[in-house]
Design a protein around this ligand. Structure first.
Ligand code: ADP
Ligand code: MG
Ligand code: ZN
Length: 477
């Protein structure tokens, strides 16, 4: 049974002021209803003025998604009543949005043989955010709701896909990619709470679609979609019809609940906002195009060509602009493949484990310090394990590579010291030596382990093995 998914993503634009008034957008952590004015509270007679920068950001996004930007945009009133919308209508776009017909490429498989698919973008438009309702408990059990208008009027861009996504996993991949593109453009901050909210539409062959509204995390989108697949399949299997409806995702219970039957466009009585004139954006398009930086897909291709790294590493290193810049800073001094391995695999793994963002990591381990770690590793001053330990220590407690090597005694054991350890291990384990000469390969592994123990892990297993084998040959004589 074919699954079809289409996403409507609302991303908060990083402007200083709101979309139609001069209230500050910097309300995170502020007391409720402190970033408000007559316009964003929807008081009678208050007039909107369009934020020029927000429109430029909208154009920038549309261009980056390969859309066809329209010459003129018009804002519309979408009429509905809800306590988070005091005016009784939302100013959004309808006919004449910023753009139509774009594309986002997503990776669909794992590893280097992974394929890519193109997800079509149907349209990109701008709108204002309503206020925020705060429920005590969950939406269906709360006895009252509080309302905070700090968010009312925050500029959003809405990006709508065609129903091209085929699984919850693809939906997640699409969202990650979209986030990455928006962050490259410097118009969006995915780390801000609730900065991207998603309406997820999903249908299964033979049924109509459900629209799960207002999911605020990518993981939530994936879980809500998985739940819907099971729910809709079960209905179809029992011969019931899946009707078009609007559902709510309960984050705590991981389920979706019916809110209402689907509303239709004519219910909203869309009409052009009479307090705003149509805006000709055609003259700005070329200007905005110049501000578009190298985007993740281009950077990925360049990394593969310029540095000879794998597609998988190039993917991992270009997802986040901070990581990409970090990699390039390190790879200017250290072999790119070694840099790629240590940044994409080790450093990112340690960051994920600690739920740290790359921009945070940069302040704890500078690229210069990372170069020092990798240089020490290459010169066998430290082992791979030692290098990992330095990275962990620096992320957790700070310090410099040199200090940590000193404090933790991470300097690798080689030369005479290693020779002594090998002699000791051989002397203490004669039975194993005999087993080895009798052809038992496992005995060698055991002896390597014993030497590692003698050096308290400060030697490179590969080197220990080579030297042990050489020494065991002599021993046989
Ligand atoms: P509305 O504005 O009423 O939500 P749209 O036609 O604009 O409806 O579609 C909204 C979203 O629903 C789009 O992302 C689209 O891809 C998706 N969609 C449309 N039809 C289906 C379907 N059969 N299954 C899943 N998603 C769909
Ligand atoms: Mg919709
Ligand atoms: Zn305001």
């Amino acid at each position: 049974m074919e699954v079809k998914i289409g996403l409507e993503c609302h991303a908060q634009l990083l402007t200083k002021s709101k979309l139609f008034c001069s209230c500050s957008t910097d309300y995170q952590g502020a007391e409720p209803n402190t970033h408000v004015c007559a316009t964003c509270l929807g008081l009678p007679g208050a007039l909107p003025v369009v934020n020029r920068r927000a429109v430029r950001y909208g154009i920038k996004i549309a261009l980056a998604l390969g859309c066809c930007v329209q010459p003129e945009i018009i804002f519309y009133r979408k009429n509905y009543y809800y306590p988070d919308l005091p005016r009784g209508f939302q100013i959004t776009q309808y006919d004449f949005p910023i753009a139509f017909d774009g594309l986002v490429r997503i990776a669909t498989g794992e590893g280097d043989g992974g394929k890519e698919r193109e997800i079509r973008i149907r349209r990109v438009h701008m709108e204002e955010d309503p206020g925020r309702l705060v429920y005590r408990g969950t939406i269906d059990t709360a006895t009252y709701a509080l309302v905070d208008y700090n968010r009312s009027g925050i500029p959003l861009v809405e990006i709508v896909t065609e129903p091209d996504l085929k699984s919850p996993k693809e939906a997640r991949a699409y969202l990650n990619k979209l986030r990455s593109i928006l962050e490259y453009l410097d118009v969006f901050d995915g780390d801000l709470e609730g900065s991207m909210r998603v309406d997820a539409n999903i249908s299964i062959e033979g049924g109509e679609r459900a629209e799960v509204k207002n999911i605020s995390s990518f993981k939530g989108v994936e879980r809500a979609l998985l739940f819907e697949i099971t729910r809709q399949k079960n209905m179809l299997r029992r011969g019931l019809t899946v009707r078009q409806e609007t559902r709510h995702y309960d984050e705590v219970r991981g389920i979706t609940l019916s809110m209402r039957t689907k509303e239709f466009e004519h219910d909203y009585r869309y009409f052009p906002e009479p307090d705003l004139v149509p805006i000709r954006i055609a003259p700005y398009i070329d200007d905005v195009r110049k501000e578009i930086p190298e985007l993740p897909d281009e950077k990925k291709q360049r990394f593969m060509a310029q540095y000879g790294i794998t597609r998988e590493h190039a993917n991992a290193l270009t997802y986040d602009l901070h990581i990409a810049d970090y990699f390039e800073a390190v790879a200017a001094t250290i072999e790119p493949r070694l840099s790629a391995t240590w940044i994409a695999d080790v450093l990112k793994g340690e960051l994920n484990y600690r739920s740290l963002a790359m921009r945070e990591a940069v302040t704890r381990i500078t690229p210069e310090q990372f170069v020092v770690i990798l240089t020490d590793l290459k010169r066998n001053v430290i082992t791979e394990r030692g290098a990992t330990e330095i990275i962990r220590e620096m992320l957790d407690h700070g310090g410099s590579p040199g200090e940590i090597i000193e404090q933790k005694g991470l300097g690798s054991v080689g030369g005479d010291e290693l020779a002594t350890a090998i002699e000791a291990a051989l002397k203490e384990n004669e039975a194993a030596v005999q087993d080895y000469h009798a052809g038992k390969q496992a005995a060698l592994n055991f002896l390597v382990g014993q030497v590692m123990k003698q050096t308290r892990g400060r030697s490179e297993p590969k080197e220990v093995r080579t030297r042990l084998e050489a020494r065991l040959l002599e021993y046989a004589k």
